[in-house]
Design a protein around this ligand. Structure first.
Ligand code: SF4
Length: 499
């Protein structure tokens, strides 16, 4: 048990976020008074004091017969109330992490950047005109990143800038959600509905979605907004039948695809949804990038995570895609799946080496509360942190030896080992949508059930989120209102850009 007493601040969420990397979240208890650590429990005292000439933060961690104390001083925090509060939170996290690192001997690779996208932070500093040397030092000293993670962040930001600059508020990307899958994977936390149970609603869903697509495209044209990239994801879009897909693609072509569209991606994730006809249809409609996602090439793992297909099915689907003319194929892998070891990862990589996709996105398993895995596995079944790190390293080395480089990166909560997800690709095959959604400098208009839009108000450096209903039935019930609602949202966005 870790008992925490905060003095001069109430940043419970931020404190718990740091401590959760050292103990289970449910072992953290915030208390109202100072008590000595007893038995196996630890006591954390985090304090913030504001003086006219600056801010003092102090953290004591006591237990196991010893105490670690860290004191930091910062100059007065400038900015409005919100900015000042953000800075104080960072000071408290920084100070707490220094104490926790010394007490435990364990460093966090991404330092205090828990809820923050590391590369977004690098872009922010670059946009202020700061040089790479300064940014590297700042990430290491203030955000407490491991030097190699800071370098990775800079490397990725530099690649991304070739694709996301100049920021253009008049161009948006479109995300289209197809929330159906053949079966539900045990680690899934996405809005996805099993076809066996919900497939009967697929026709109605495509109709409603087409209504939303048309409403958005007409309003975009009126507002003078152009389409940069289109991404059809889910779920697994190719769970839809051939004629449903065809109707959808015709509507997307008409609505969004034009000479200015730089990328058109469709997630063809599960091989059990693919055949030559569907892959041919994707090609016919000008899809420029697809994803076929094995996650692992080990049969036992696929079965354990609820995927009803074999590694051979992946190989067959990949070959069919090549035959249909797809020249930009990404494959997703997950490190740290229950029961996997480094040898099994090596086996997956051997297959990747033979298939030669243009891109591989490497995820670290995140056990989210909404997933079945969260119920099914206990902490004892998780692959150990050190092993997941070794798997990540091996995979990264392997892909780089294939000629790929990392080009986008993001982190999620509850990731094993506090690691990251990294997109690798061969030169010239970067997924532009992936970079845009991560760096949040371009509006993403997301359509369909469960779709989450990000409306970027560039002049104000502000982001608004807009969430469509997650439930398929609610979406179908409200589809007409949702489609009509886009008019107001898009014109609001456009109006704000004029100011
Ligand atoms: S394929 Fe993806 S969206 Fe579908 S159930 Fe599995 S993890 Fe969820």
């Amino acid at each position: 048990m870790v008992r925490v007493f905060t003095e001069g601040h109430d940043y419970y969420y931020e404190v718990a976020d740091i401590l959760a990397n050292y103990c289970g979240r449910n072992e953290i208890e915030f208390i109202k008074e100072k008590v000595p650590a007893a038995g196996r429990s630890l006591f954390v005292h985090s304090m913030l004091r504001i003086h006219p000439d600056g801010v003092k933060v102090k953290c004591n961690i006591t237990g196991e017969g010893r105490t670690v104390m860290k004191i930091d001083r910062f100059g007065p925090a400038g900015g409005d109330r919100l900015e000042i509060r953000k800075k104080y939170k960072r000071y408290v996290k920084h100070n707490l992490l220094r104490a926790a690192e010394e007490f435990s001997g364990k460093k966090l690779p991404w330092g205090i950047l828990t809820g923050i996208r590391p590369v977004k932070m690098v872009h922010k500093l670059m946009d202020q005109g700061l040089g790479e040397e300064y940014i590297q030092r700042h990430l290491v000293d203030f955000y407490r990143l491991a030097p190699e993670k800071a370098r990775l962040g800079l490397e990725i930001a530099n690649i991304e800038r070739e694709f996301i600059l100049p920021y253009d508020p008049e161009r948006v990307s479109i995300y289209i959600s197809i929330p159906f899958c053949p079966t539900r994977c045990s680690y899934c936390s996405f809005p996805s509905n099993e076809m066996v149970r919900w497939g009967g609603l697929a026709d109605a869903y495509v109709e409603c979605l087409m209504g939303e697509i048309q409403a958005v495209s007409e309003t975009m044209a009126e507002a003078g907004l152009g389409c940069d990239t289109v991404y059809i994801g889910g779920g697994t879009p190719t769970s839809l039948g051939l004629s449903q897909l065809e109707r959808l693609f015709i509507s997307v072509d008409k609505a969004f695809i034009g000479p200015g569209t730089r990328e058109y991606t469709v997630e063809a994730g599960r091989p059990d949804t693919l055949d030559g006809a569907k892959l041919g249809l994707l090609k016919e409609h000008g899809v420029t990038r697809i994803s076929i996602n094995p996650q692992s090439m080990n049969a036992a793992t696929l079965e354990r995570i609820g995927r009803k297909h074999t590694p051979q099915d992946i190989i067959n689907a990949f070959e069919l895609a090549r035959k249909a003319g797809h020249e930009n194929i990404n494959m997703d892998l997950i490190m740290g799946l229950p029961g996997e070891n480094e040898e099994m990862v090596a086996n997956t990589l051997e297959h990747i080496g033979r298939l030669k996709p243009e891109g591989v996105t490497v995820h670290t398993l995140a056990i989210k509360r909404a997933s079945r895995l969260h119920e099914e596995v206990t902490e004892a079944d998780w692959v150990k942190e050190e092993e997941v790190k070794a798997m990540m390293q091996r995979t990264s080395n392997f892909l780089q030896a294939m000629g790929m480089t990392p080009y986008y990166l993001y982190r999620q909560k509850y990731m094993v080992g506090n690691l990251e997800n990294i997109g690798f690709c061969m030169p010239g095959y970067q997924g532009i949508y992936n970079m845009q959604i991560m760096e949040e400098k371009q509006t993403i208009i997301a359509l369909g059930a469960g779709a989450a839009s990000k409306l970027v108000y560039l002049p104000e450096d502000r982001l608004e989120r807009k969430q469509n209903p997650k439930s398929l039935e609610h979406y179908l019930d409200r589809a007409k209102d949702i489609a009509e609602g886009w008019r107001e949202t898009i014109f609001q966005l456009k109006e704000a850009l004029r100011l």
